[in-house]
Design a protein around this ligand. Structure first.
Ligand code: NAD
Ligand code: MG
Length: 382
């Protein structure tokens, strides 16, 4: 039986991770989230973890009273979440926090020697070198939960080395605005942007999928997870979300991983790796699917993919900078303060103001976060 510390337990990935845990009979040692008292209380009663934490102090105080009849110890604040990932007894820490708030807890869990199941892609984008260096030093595995990276990871299994790997092909659904021009995009609404064609996810990533910034984040995530150069990664739009990604070897053999779009499969594989078991994923009948289509991405009307590719090529703090600028711009769009096309514009304009540096420490990443968020708000007059 595996034991798990789950960070971001009340979110889309968190809840699906608990479905997997329930089905496999695994033990949850810690649950952490931002402020959803009711949901985490239910989860505590069902999974009886050693620790639970809410970032929001007031919500945590309320939770403490609600679950005082249980043996779960309630913690609060960022330190509480970090303790859930690092100090609780779980052998695997599954990080499904949204945004670069997941970076500190990931680093602490690595330091504590936990195996990391990583859904929180912003962790690798903002702190790529810090995270991969720490994992190497501690001999800790980082197992991908993101469906594309799980696909690549699965395609690479059985290969004696990555030496003959020529290309990674990331598939993208294209989001709700596939085929639209910049002009058409200028007046799309939040409601339109939240209608994802194939995946049901948290709001932040759903907006990232609409702008295609999500695919840019995933390109950077792949650079760090699989130690490849950005130029080795191509993006292909695949509307059906059945082919989850592909790899190509030097001999031009291409290997893909397929399945219905259901995050419980990549979550389960990260938790059961290296074993495979039955899963809730529906069996794939290709005759039922019928057609699989592939298109070149539209880099002109969706500049966020190139923003991210250029950022990882620039290196240093630039990937963190564009990520943090996007987190703020994504939020302002969700608050109806800026328009859809303002998102890439603000990220580009804000990142031009960054004083980049090649060698950085964790504090530089946090300083960049504050600077980029402030700069985006200033440029947006918010
Ligand atoms: P979500 O918004 O549904 O859930 C986020 C969770 O994080 C919630 O439990 C929330 O309480 C918690 N949280 C927010 N801020 C926090 C903080 N500062 N400290 C601790 N916890 C905090 O988001 P989601 O869709 O589940 O996505 C989570 C992560 O997984 C993101 O990085 C996303 O890019 C990635 N991801 C999601 C999907 C998906 O299908 N939803 C797929 C691939 C990758
Ligand atoms: Mg993905």
């Amino acid at each position: 039986m595996k034991t798990i510390n789950l960070l971001g337990s009340t979110g889309s990935i968190g809840v699906q991770a608990l479905d997997v845990t329930r089905a496999r009979g695994y033990k949850i040692e810690a649950l952490a989230a931002f402020s959803d008292v009711e949901k985490i209380e239910q989860q505590i009663r069902e999974f009886k973890p050693q620790y639970a934490a809410l970032v929001d102090e007031k919500a945590a105080a309320d939770l403490k009273i609600r679950v005082k009849d249980t043996s779960t110890k309630v913690l609060s604040g960022v330190e509480g979440v970090t303790a859930c990932g690092a100090e609780a007894k779980g052998e695997i820490t599954l990080n499904s926090v949204v945004g670069m708030a997941g970076l500190g807890p990931t680093l602490a869990a690595i330091e504590a020697g936990k195996t990391i199941a990583l859904a929180n892609k912003e962790t690798l984008v903002a702190g790529g070198r810090l995270v991969t260096d720490a994992a190497k030093k501690k001999n800790v595995s980082i197992l991908p939960v993101d469906s594309e990276h799980s696909a690549i990871f699965q395609c690479l299994l059985g290969s004696p080395s990555n030496k003959a790997l020529k290309r990674i092909i990331l598939t993208a659904s294209g989001g709700p605005f596939f085929g639209k021009t910049k002009e058409e995009l200028s007046n799309v609404t939040l409601k339109d942007a939240l209608k994802h064609p194939s995946w049901s996810m948290g709001q932040k990533i759903t907006i990232d999928s609409a702008t295609m910034f999500n695919k840019g984040l995933e390109l950077i995530e792949a650079v760090w997870l699989f130690s490849v150069s950005p130029d080795m990664i191509d993006i292909v739009v695949h509307r059906e979300s059945i082919v989850h990604s592909l790899i190509e070897y030097d001999d031009n053999s291409v290997i893909a991983q397929l399945g219905h779009p259901d995050m419980r499969l990549p979550i389960q594989f990260a938790l059961t790796y290296p074993e495979r078991y039955e899963s809730p994923e529906k069996q794939l009948d290709l005759w039922e699917v019928g057609n699989l289509t592939f298109y070149k991405p539209d880099y002109e009307n969706f500049p966020c993919m190139d923003i991210c590719k250029n950022a990882i090529k620039s290196g240093g703090l630039m990937p963190a900078a564009v990520n943090c600028a996007n987190e703020e711009a994504n939020l302002l769009f969700r608050q109806d303060k800026i328009s859809f096309n303002d998102i890439p514009r603000l990220i580009i304009e804000a990142s031009e103001k960054l004083q980049n540096k090649e060698d950085y420490v964790l504090q530089d990443v946090y300083d960049t976060d504050i600077f980029m968020r402030e700069t985006v708000r200033e440029l947006a007059h918010c």
